[in-house]
Write a protein that binds this ligand. Structure first.
Ligand SMILES: C[S@@+](CC[C@H](N)C(=O)[O-])C[C@H]1O[C@@H](n2cnc3c(N)ncnc32)[C@H](O)[C@@H]1O
Length: 220
């Protein structure tokens, strides 16, 4: 652990991910971390991002029968929070087989798909009523240039709820990328908010609630 991570109260895999830079890839970290991910994040840090995002989805999507795709579902913490708010038709999508295995064991997802958001043709356009994605943006993960990919699987008018670390919000210029997607007609941003998402340390995160437009969402 380096001094900067220790000063910020970070250790283990969270310190490793936080230290990643552009061009790094977090895939192997999740493959190793899967069995202890929840104990570390929820137990160790007081991780609340799934709860914040599920509250936003419950407000944006009154229809509890809505078919929701959880992108970067990991071990299924988001499905737990959505199910607690009455949603039942939840599919999950993630690049890590071991994270997906943890999610499968929960029995909360209707279907689970392994894939990379960046791979061509993985997310069927307009297939879902809503999309939620928590913790999938940042170095080693998706970048702001990938924002429109998350709009693709949603039908016109459906909500898109995104929540991620704000550590690179300014540095990577997310606000102008959000505007770019809006100007292309892929979505209208209804709400953005910055909140802390770990109870035990200072860790700023950003919430975006958008509504799918009729415009194209880039990338095939
Ligand atoms: C911080 S975890 C978040 C998991 C879950 N949403 C949560 O809040 O606990 C990030 C997840 O995104 C997945 N992920 C990162 N980049 C991805 C990509 N390009 N395609 C699919 N999944 C990706 C990782 O495998 C990992 O499970």
């Amino acid at each position: 652990m380096n001094d900067d991570a220790a000063r910020r109260g970070l250790h283990g895999y969270v310190a490793k991910l936080t230290a990643m830079r552009a061009g790094d890839d977090a895939h192997e970290v999740y493959e190793e971390w899967a069995p202890t991910y929840e104990a570390d994040l929820v137990g160790g840090y007081g991780y609340t991002a799934p709860r914040i995002a599920a509250d936003a989805m419950a407000a944006a999507c009154p229809d509890r029968e809505a078919e929701i795709l959880d992108i970067g579902c990991g071990t299924g913490l988001v499905a737990e929070e959505l199910a607690a708010r009455g949603f039942s038709a939840i599919d999950g999508f993630d690049a890590s087989p071991r994270m997906l295995a943890e999610a499968r064991a929960k029995g909360l997802y209707r279907d689970l798909f392994e894939g990379d958001v960046r791979a061509r043709g993985t997310l069927e356009p307009g297939r879902y009523d809503a999309v939620i994605a928590v913790g999938v943006f940042g170095a080693g993960h998706l970048g702001p240039e990938d924002l429109d990919r998350l709009a693709r699987p949603v039908r016109a008018g459906g909500p898109i709820v995104l929540y991620s670390s704000a550590l690179r919000w300014v540095e990577d210029d997310y606000p102008s990328h959000l505007r770019r997607v809006e100007e292309a007609g892929a979505w209208t941003v209804e709400r953005t908010e910055e909140t802390n998402y770990m109870d035990r340390i200072e860790r700023p995160g950003w919430l975006v609630v958008a509504r799918r437009g009729a415009g194209g969402a880039g990338h095939g």
